[in-house]
Design a protein around this ligand. Structure first.
Ligand code: FAD
Length: 701
């Protein structure tokens, strides 16, 4: 007999694993632990050098891409400071894909930041969970492994926002160039014949890469109920997409998973970019090192502040340690970590900094603003056929095999407004009502007193309403079959108009930032999700899925009027784990934080490279765009700025030297040891040599 206690209602494929009666997952293959080479890149705080060319704040998804790629040049020294551990103590939880549901690191200290939002008045006044990976690999080490891509129109919307009058900047981030980067990050492996015959997925190999670091494939095993997904979607008027990876993702599909098909383990930024490295003495990684702030030199360069050092510590109340920055500080702390560190460093809105008693170093009202997130809720049914959860809980030999445990939920559909609102006419009426309310929405919803931020909200709002919203996926539908005896069909809001902010109330990095996504403040968002719940019920009535489903458990058939469904949603939704926007790439006069070169306005040698810079939301999970962003960032950092600064939405040109910014830094830092770059480099070379000669000797023995 099924009870609610046995269900796992997963969001973005990651579940409340403690609710499941989990059987032990098989021990990982021995090659899971083959980390001998990369270990030499780990150093203790005491072993650090006094300065590095690039100091990377956060060894998460994007941070490790930068670490590996920048240190490809042996003449450049690179340091990663990661707040969490390296993860080697919990290989099974990270590497075995099904651990995502049955043995995950979510909510587990010290691997999760375990953030919560401030109370959300339009979502039941709840403090809602905001898990984030706190481990090498960041959230890519703990996430649901879906590999999907944004739509062309969304990426082009982003590009048009950063550079309305600037062709070069626009081209850097347009779909055509981004599509190339999306392909280059991955090595695609087609589905096994058995898997394809069960799921019936379609794909076009030409849309994929074959030489990238991240593995993109389908699991080794497909749970048989998966065969019901695409035909049932079609019964509900959602056609199967022939290729959802080349710019148009509308329709039903099976998503690729970030798995290595040679051993069916998670492919994430650490396994892909760091564990594969040969010996590399110019890369240092310090784990359990929380960055407290960036320190700025007293002098300005071309009117901009210069980062001279980064301060970090190993825990609350421990001594503050410092490293000097020769060239650049690269913020890769993720959607919350990067705005947090900028604010603690005195870069942000004056009212927030004053309130937290942080001295203003560079007033930048957009820091922390434009916070957007996907929301998700699940319609759950009993099921009388085997799910992944049923097989898992059997404890059979098969349930403990690597093949079975490679299974990850991957049935998806992206649905546009016309389908959600039963036709172009009613969707057009809905869209007109949104478009005509831009000014009033901006006036009432933007959580900032600063005009550039309000103007930025309007610019983003108008762009989304006129470009992405009419055609792209407003809703993602996920087929979640990891619970025993139940199926949950999730709806995820992809184009929220509700935007909030992340801010600080204390000058200490050990006090969590205040996270306020302002969920459901814009009325369109709950309307779209309500329509999606109705669509899911229609899908559940289609053959062959309907034969596998029993009664509706959540929200239950009694919840049927528009008002009832919306009320249920307010109490049931949670994050789909895709926050972004707190360091938006927008013109400065639109509340932007970084320009098209990812440089923070007003700072000569600080960039943000992570999911916090996307100014629009995508109909996609955020791994692929963040990997692609990081790869493109490396090219920008190494090859010089490819675009003008983007300081104003009317600016046309202004090239800034790149990779040279740090070389102009000569001011004494608060930490007191910075000097001319040439001298610093000399010191670095000597200290690297001293540090690594013993390691090399040991290696040769
Ligand atoms: C539970 C969950 C499920 C998800 N599911 C999917 C999915 O299925 N598919 C998908 O595409 N995306 C998914 N995502 C989203 C995706 O993983 C993230 O968007 C992506 O990892 C963001 O990369 P990032 O580099 O911006 O940040 P992260 O990968 O989060 O890395 C940030 C790093 O910075 C570190 N850091 C932060 N502050 C500091 C500091 N002060 N000092 C030192 N270090 C610091 C953090 O510890 C972390 O390691 C999921 C996310 C979560 C949390």
């Amino acid at each position: 007999m099924l009870s609610l206690g046995t269900l796992v209602f997963c969001i973005s494929s990651v579940s409340l694993s403690h609710l499941v009666h989990a059987t032990p997952v098989h021990e990982p293959h021995s090659h899971f632990n083959r980390h001998a080479f990369h270990k030499r890149n780990y150093v203790t705080p005491d072993q650090r050098s006094s300065s590095y060319d690039y100091v990377i704040v956060g060894g998460g998804l994007a941070g490790l891409v930068l670490a590996a790629r920048l240190s490809d040049d042996s003449s450049k020294t690179v340091l990663v400071l990661e707040a969490g551990p390296n993860g080697d103590a919990v290989p099974t939880k990270i590497n075995v894909p099904s651990s995502t549901y049955y043995d995950s690191l979510l909510g587990v200290a010290p691997y999760d930041w375990v953030y919560t939002t401030v109370p959300q008045p339009n979502a039941g006044n709840r403090n809602m969970a905001q898990p984030r990976g706190k481990v090498l690999g960041g959230s890519s080490a703990v996430n649901g492994m879906y590999l999907v891509r944004p739509a062309q129109v969304e990426v082009d919307a982003w590009s048009s926002l950063i550079a309305p009058n600037d062709k070069t900047a626009a081209e850097t981030w347009n779909w055509s160039n981004f599509f190339t980067a999306l392909k280059n990050i991955e090595t695609f492996t087609p589905p096994l014949p058995d898997v394809q015959s069960v799921a019936g997925m379609k794909y076009d190999a030409a849309s994929h890469g074959t030489t990238g670091k991240v593995h993109a494939t389908y699991p080794a095993y497909m749970v048989p109920i998966s065969s019901t997904w695409l035909p049932s979607l079609e019964g509900a008027g959602i056609a199967t997409s022939p290729d959802s990876y080349s710019g148009n993702n509308i329709g039903g599909m099976f998503a690729l998973s970030a798995e290595n098909p040679s051993n069916w383990t998670r492919s994430y930024s650490k396994s892909a970019y760091i564990d594969t490295l040969p010996p590399r003495p110019n890369l240092h990684i310090i784990t359990d090192a929380t960055v407290e702030r960036i320190v700025f030199a007293d002098n300005l360069v071309a009117g901009d502040r210069v980062a001279s050092a980064v301060e970090f510590s190993t825990g609350p109340g421990t001594p503050v340690l410092s490293v000097n920055v020769n060239k650049e500080a690269l913020l890769c702390g993720g959607a919350y970590g990067s705005p947090h560190v900028l604010l603690l460093s005195g870069v942000g809105p004056k009212d927030v900094l004053d309130g937290a008693k942080v001295t203003v170093q560079n007033e930048l009202p957009g820091v922390g603003q434009h916070l957007s997130d996907h929301l998700s809720a699940g319609v759950a049914f009993t099921s009388n056929v085997d799910t992944q959860g049923t097989i898992k809980s059997s404890g059979s030999v098969f349930s403990q095999s690597a093949e079975f445990n490679s299974f990850i939920n991957s049935g998806i559909a992206y649905v546009n407004g016309s389908r959600l609102f039963d036709g172009d006419a009613s969707f057009s009426t809905f869209l007109s009502s949104i478009s005509s309310a831009v000014d009033s929405s901006a006036a009432s919803l933007v959580p900032s007193q600063y005009d550039p931020v309000v103007q930025g909200y309007k610019a983003v709002y108008q762009t989304i309403a006129s470009s992405s919203y009419p055609t792209t996926g407003l809703i993602e539908i996920l087929f979640s079959i990891n619970s025993a005896g139940a199926v949950s069909i999730q709806v995820g809001l992809q184009q929220p108009f509700s935007r909030g902010r992340v801010y600080i109330t204390s000058p200490s990095v050990y006090d969590a930032p205040a996270i306020d996504p302002q969920y459901f403040t814009h009325p369109a968002d709950v309307t779209v999700m309500r329509q999606a719940v109705r669509l899911v019920r229609l899908i559940a009535q289609q053959s062959p899925l309907k034969d596998a489903l029993g009664e509706e458990l959540k929200p239950g058939t009694a919840v049927s009027s528009d008002e009832d469904i919306e009320n249920w949603l307010r109490g049931a939704v949670g994050t789909e784990y895709h926050p972004s926007g707190g360091c938006s790439m927008l013109p400065k006069d639109k509340g932007g934080v970084v320009d098209a070169n990812l440089k923070v306005y007003g700072l000569s040698n600080v960039r943000v490279v992570d999911s916090s810079v996307f100014p629009v939301t995508f109909s996609a999970h955020l791994m692929t765009p963040t990997y692609a962003l990081a790869e493109k960032a490396v090219d920008i950092i190494l090859n010089g700025n490819t675009t003008p600064s983007g300081g104003s939405s009317n600016s046309s040109t202004s090239t800034t030297g790149n990779d040279k910014t740090g070389s102009t830094s000569s001011g004494a830092s608060d930490s007191g040891t910075s000097s001319k770059t040439g001298a610093a480099m000399g010191r670095v070379s000597a200290s690297w040599l001293a540090l690594f000669v013993p390691f090399l000797a040991a290696l040769l023995m």
